[in-house]
Write a protein that binds this ligand. Structure first.
Ligand code: ADP
Ligand code: MG
Length: 402
């Protein structure tokens, strides 16, 4: 995946929407699309590396979205264009399998495949994709891509799954299968769930064991606050292997402890569980997962109380746990967090899988620009690529735009 990323252009143009994406479809495919669907990227407030442990996560949908202009075909072929990819991809649906078509097209073809596997055969598709979700920045451009296509298929096949949360959960599951099986990325399910099930002005508490969601009001502006995202633009080698290794460690620890997932270990039983592991590395991994799930619960309570100082402290504790116990941070993320905190942020942490990607900082509304400038200065002083800094609000889930 790291190699694919380098072939995908970073978003640089004007912000796309349904009208511009339909216009691009007319240029690249020809004729009118049947419709345009879109889905958001996400940023996780807290609850990192918990989804594949059956735990809790608390993401929001970003204002940045991926738009898919789509028209069905009847010849069993997928003809896929993206503004971010140099060449279009043409593949027969019958040939889609793990690793094929490969690269970015696997995320799109994988969704058509998963929908077919679920008993809803797809006859073929023409697709043009435009997006302003930063790619490979830990903001889930992959799920935004999958979910925009899944939303389209739900409507084009008359499945009606966008109408309610249960249907949306089904679509999110198919998108996760696409990513796990066809794109061969062993990710949890948080990204697809939030892209499909988010509500504007809310953070979404995801229970990755039961699949339930709970919407938690998240309107920072009303409290004079803002959420700053720092896309560090850092990519590190071995990312994908490291992610899989963390997953394996958690599975091994769960096996030793005799539980289905680490979610079964309440924070009150943590010390006892750690004593039974007798392996320093496994102990650290488990300590992160169990305390992080607890922090998500505390964060939801703090948000409901409007106690943003407590939210900030939980962000800081989450970052320390990911850095020291889970060992998925990196210099760029640590410098982003430390610099934001030194400039008065209420809290800051890495977000997403780690080893690069993005950090978030909870800041006073008037501090968005100065904090972003301070982080940028810190990067420039170290001769790192300049980060992308922008404030985000909790935005809408996948849906039809035209
Ligand atoms: P993230 O989801 O954090 O952005 P991933 O590595 O999971 O990072 O997914 C990034 C990959 O998703 C890209 O390398 C590319 O294959 C695919 N992708 C995402 N958005 C687009 C897009 N607009 N056009 C083409 N491919 C995309
Ligand atoms: Mg992704």
């Amino acid at each position: 995946m790291a190699t694919t990323r380098r072939c995908i252009a970073r978003y640089r143009g004007a912000v796309p929407d349904a009208v511009t994406t339909a216009a691009r479809f007319r240029e690249t495919v020809g004729g009118d699309p049947t419709g345009v669907w879109s889905a958001p990227g996400r940023v996780n407030l807290i609850g990192e590396h918990t989804d594949y442990n059956g735990g809790l996560a608390l993401p929001i949908a970003l204002p940045q979205r991926t738009y898919a202009a789509v028209r069905p075909r009847v010849d069993g072929r997928l003809r896929l264009h993206s503004d971010a990819a140099r060449d279009p991809v043409d593949v027969a649906l019958a040939d889609v399998k793990p690793g094929t078509p490969g690269g970015w097209a696997s995320y799109v073809a994988g969704v058509a495949w998963a929908v077919g596997e679920a008993g809803h055969p797809v006859g073929g598709l023409d697709v043009h994709v435009s997006s302003d979700v930063p790619v490979g920045a830990g903001l889930s451009s992959s799920a935004a891509l999958e979910c925009s296509v899944a939303a389209a298929l739900s409507d084009l096949l008359g499945l009606g799954l966008l109408a309610d949360d249960d249907g949306r959960a089904t679509l999110a599951g198919w998108c996760q299968q696409a990513e796990n099986v066809i794109a061969e990325a062993p990710t949890g399910g948080m990204d697809q769930a939030i892209s499909m099930r988010a509500e504007p002005a809310h953070a979404t508490l995801l229970d990755c064991r039961s699949g339930a969601v709970e919407q938690v009001p998240f309107d920072l502006a009303a409290s004079g606050l803002a959420l700053l995202v720092v896309d560090t633009r850092a990519e590190h080698a071995l990312v994908d292997g490291q992610y899989a290794a963390r997953r394996r460690s958690c599975e091994r620890a769960a096996q030793i402890l005799g539980v289905a997932t680490l979610r079964e270990i309440p924070v009150a039983d943590l010390d006892d569980a750690l004593r039974r592991l007798r392996d320093g590395e496994l102990e650290a991994r488990v300590r992160h997962v169990v305390t992080e799930i607890d922090r998500v619960e505390q964060c939801v309570a703090a948000l409901r109380d409007g106690d943003f100082d407590a939210v900030g402290r939980l962000f800081v504790a989450s970052h320390a746990s990911l850095r020291d116990d889970y060992e998925v941070s990196c210099d760029e993320l640590d410098v982003s967090v430390d610099t934001a905190m030194a400039h008065g942020a209420l809290g800051a942490r890495m977000t997403g899988g780690g080893f690069g990607g993005s950090a978030i900082a909870l800041v006073r509304a008037e501090s968005v620009a100065p904090t972003g400038a301070a982080v940028t200065d810190a990067f420039v002083r170290r001769r790192w690529t300049e980060p992308g800094c922008f404030a985000v609000t909790a935005s809408a889930a996948a849906g039809r735009d035209s």
